[in-house]
Design a protein around this ligand. Structure first.
Ligand code: EPU
Length: 362
């Protein structure tokens, strides 16, 4: 772990902290709750001023009083947030180094993730094209270790630069130190609510190695008579597959997969296959991932609607806000789904979205 020298300069930085602001436009579920304090972070050096702010300075280092949000694309608010919400809007994409094999690119945590993927695809830098159209910001990618269509962000992340809100140090974590797992990292564990990620550095390749094994990507390319796809052709196919299954949060509030796909042992898989012959699964390092969407569909929830919320009709793993739903309604639906999957299959689903406040789900 690299401890960076304090880079705050001595010139006073003026900041504005807003009070009692709606978070409706800062979460893709579109839940209308208020933050007691709201701050738009544009530059890392504003963090110093924030820690010295007369009203919110103390909150920065208190874990349940601080929440960092990008686009709020993986978040469910179940009540007002009685603390400080930082909307991370640190911008900028820059190439740090380049050689014949690839480039190292640093992006501000507030950059929209898909803008970075677009940049990579447009310049023929390979590695993140399968992650096209995932909602959210660059800063959220290491937290979640976002993944789709056979690729995870962890494969290209080289380092993460952050401000530790408790020790008040600047740190740089390398890939190993981020302790990436399936939709998991140090930022969801030891560093949960203790880190403001300022930038993420990626290593992208100039050699295209298409990753086409997931689902129907190859089939879709074949239909288009493409045998040696460019990055643009891959991202176009991914975009079409996503649009056919996943609701656009700008149209229908949602936070992508609500639950993680459960991972079970070989014994557990044997038990499940004995009782449910149609079950599908994917081997992963000696353990088996079962599609939660399949479990939820089999439990009868796909397309279910209760007042303002529902289980999306084309992908059962996605819960949606049809408009005006309270976070507690979505949570209630999630709990009912979890209970019925537990009853039918003996599998306990874990939430993939960050439920705020956190105690609500367990
Ligand atoms: N399935 C069903 N019914 C459903 C949905 C899925 O039976 O309603 C089964 C199908 O058999 C399908 C399998 O589940 O073959 C897998 O479905 P899909 O390819 O749609 O992927 P997923 O496992 O449901 C994961 C990620 C998604 C990512 C897709 C594609 C998680 C929790 N979710 O979903 O990520 O886009 O794979 O790679 O791992 C997200 O994290 O928010 C997200 C959308």
């Amino acid at each position: 772990m690299l401890l960076l020298k304090a880079i705050f300069n001595t010139i006073a930085v003026m900041i504005t902290v807003e009070k009692n602001k709606s978070l409706r436009h800062f979460n893709t579920f579109g839940i209308d709750v208020n933050a007691r304090y709201l701050f738009h972070l544009h530059r890392p050096d504003e963090l110093q001023a924030l820690t010295e702010h007369h009203e919110v300075g103390d909150m920065v280092s208190v874990e349940d009083k601080l929440l960092v949000v990008g686009q709020g694309s993986n978040m469910l608010f179940t009540s007002d947030f009685d603390g400080l919400v930082i909307i991370n809007e640190i911008s900028g994409i820059r190439i740090i180094s380049e050689d014949e094999s690839g480039v190292v690119v640093e992006a501000g945590a507030g950059v929209i993730w898909n803008d970075l993927v677009e940049f990579a695809v447009a310049n023929n830098f390979a590695g993140i094209e399968n992650l096209f159209l995932i909602p959210g910001t660059v800063g959220a990618t290491p937290v979640q270790n976002i993944g789709a269509y056979g690729v995870e962000a962890a494969e290209t992340i080289e380092k993460v630069r952050l401000y530790h809100t408790v020790t008040r140090e600047w740190l740089e974590l390398n890939n190993q130190e981020c302790r990436f797992g399936y939709r998991d990292s140090i930022f969801k564990n030891e560093l949960k609510n203790r880190a403001v990620i300022c930038s993420v550095t990626f290593r992208l390749s100039k050699r295209i190695k298409p990753r086409l094994e997931y689902g129907n990507i190859r089939e879709e390319l074949e239909k288009r008579r493409i045998s040696d796809p460019s990055l643009r052709q891959i991202s176009d196919v991914i975009a079409d597959i996503r649009r056919s299954k996943l609701p656009d949060p700008a149209v229908l509030g949602n936070a992508g997969s609500f639950f993680k796909n459960p991972v079970v042992s070989i014994d557990e898989l044997g038990r499940l296959r004995g009782s449910f012959s149609g079950i599908s699964y994917f081997e992963q390092g000696g353990r088996y991932k079962i599609p939660a969407g399949w479990l939820i569909e089999q439990a009868g929830w796909k397309g279910h609607r209760s007042v303002n919320t529902g289980c999306y009709e084309k992908q059962a793993l996605i819960l949606v806000n049809y408009g005006g739903a309270a976070g507690s309604e979505v949570l209630d639906l999630a709990l009912r789904i979890r209970e019925s999957v537990q009853e039918k299959f003996g599998i306990r689903l874990e939430s993939e979205v960050n439920i705020v406040p956190g105690q609500a789900f367990y």
